[in-house]
Write a protein that binds this ligand. Sequence first.
Ligand code: FAD
Ligand code: NAD
Length: 472
Amino acid sequence: LATETEHDVVVIGGGPGGYVAAIKAAQLGLKTACVEKRGALGGTCLNVGCIPSKSLLNNSHIYHQIKHDISHRGIEVDNVTLNLQQMMAAKDKSVKGLTSGIETLFKQNGVQYVKGTGTIVNENEVKVQPLEGSEEISLKTKNIIIATGSEATPFKGLEIDEKKVVTSTGAIALEKVPKKMVVIGGGIIGLEMGSVWSRLGAEVTVVEFLGAIGGPGMDADIAKTTQRILQKQGIKFKTATKVLSGDASGEGVKLEIENVKNQKTDTLEADVVLVAIGRRPYTEGLGLENVGIEKDERGRIIIDQEYRTKHSNIRVIGDVTFGAMLAHKAEEEGIAAAEYISKGYGHVNYGAIPSVMYTHPEVAWVGQTEQEVKQSGKEYVVGTFPFLANSRAKTNLDTDGLVKFIADKETDRVLGIHIIGAGAGEMIAEGVLAIEYGASSEDIARTSHAHPTLSEAFKEAAMATCGKAIHA
Ligand code: FAD
Ligand code: NAD
């Protein structure tokens, strides 16, 4: 057993939570190591999540646009064909560039990258089974940050083979476009990956248990608009529908479904089924039992406000604990955890974490939904502005969607902002700042926005909230 000199911090997991925590800790002068077992840094997000899915979303959108939305723009293109292999290669190139970039950042900041599986032996020791070679390494440390992330929740009775029955990991790497794809779960993964394969030619049906799509956190009005727009693009939806069972023993996959309102059953057949019913915390082989650290009923590691477990030197961040499973949320926590260790204080404003779904149009939001504000009993005002009345959206021939503001009726403070429209994911940054700074809708309404930009719709929705919009 090779024993290293003592570290100040050992981070287990090299995803957006872990690698950011490690870099920040090193920047704060702490002797830091990061243990990652995947063979590449960047975690789920860079290797099989955010990055590859966005590469496919971008390029499938360009393909679809050139094929179906181009001649009325005065551009004639003949013989548009898909080279799926090349599209996948472009995706792999982006992933490789970004994951190896983190290795460079580790070197620049003096973080030790330990390739292998980390197991907590006791409060001050992490044992690593290296990826190469057989000799275990023992890392002695003053602090441990757990950032082991999450994995796809399986669907009982349907075995994942990542070919016919896939999670998002298989769905970003299919070798050919399926004729028929059924997506179980109409949340963010289902709608993003459903969009990719629908644009590339698959007949996609999304089966969602609840009455609305979008997963947790999406405003009900926006979810309805999203479903209408995606339906127009050719995706079929079966909401309020439960998948009872699946059979993948034949050539394709057969699913038995049930309408939850009238209990009517039906069968769906597909070449590929994507299971996208959520993700669950991942703690396999981590050795939590060696230190008596507890999880809740959903497998999330229990922590206090300062990310501490029952051992004050073992902290937990990202998907493996409470809160939204988002890369930027994990990153904020990584920085805060490193600051707690180094300085004794840190902070994340959970009320100002944006969510973005990268379909076309994009859907983005920050703060509370209208349903949440209503439930809180607060009196509120809603202001909306459609992209159909925005000059840039009109010149772009891309007018689907709207901006919706919710503000406190008494103080005009912005409580929530919800956007569906091209570029919503970039535009929401302004909403996050507004909420972070406690802005009123009038603050935004009186702020100049360049003309002609899509962001004028943002200003006009604020105008509609505190008074009246000019252009609608
Ligand atoms: P992870 O990224 O899961 O990283 C944990 C790492 O720990 C893994 O690399 C794992 O190998 C390693 N590990 C686990 N156990 C051990 C051990 N014992 N020893 C050593 N290493 C270990 N979020 C967004 O914000 N935007 C998006 O657009 C987005 N798109 C997504 C698309 C898909 C298809 C998926 C699946 C997810 C997406 N997410 C997105 C969610 C995002 O990927 C996660 O929220 C984020 O990766 C969480 O970061 P993390 O550091 O907590 O965990
Ligand atoms: P999700 O929680 O967003 O959605 C899962 C959906 O599946 C829900 O709408 C749920 O009602 C439905 N569902 C659950 N069980 C079902 C069943 N048996 N039959 C039919 N429907 C069922 O989960 P996800 O889409 O799998 O994504 C996982 C996580 O990854 C999320 O936390 C998400 O935030 C994150 N993610 C984020 C992004 C992004 O930020 N753009 C992209 C992908 C994933």
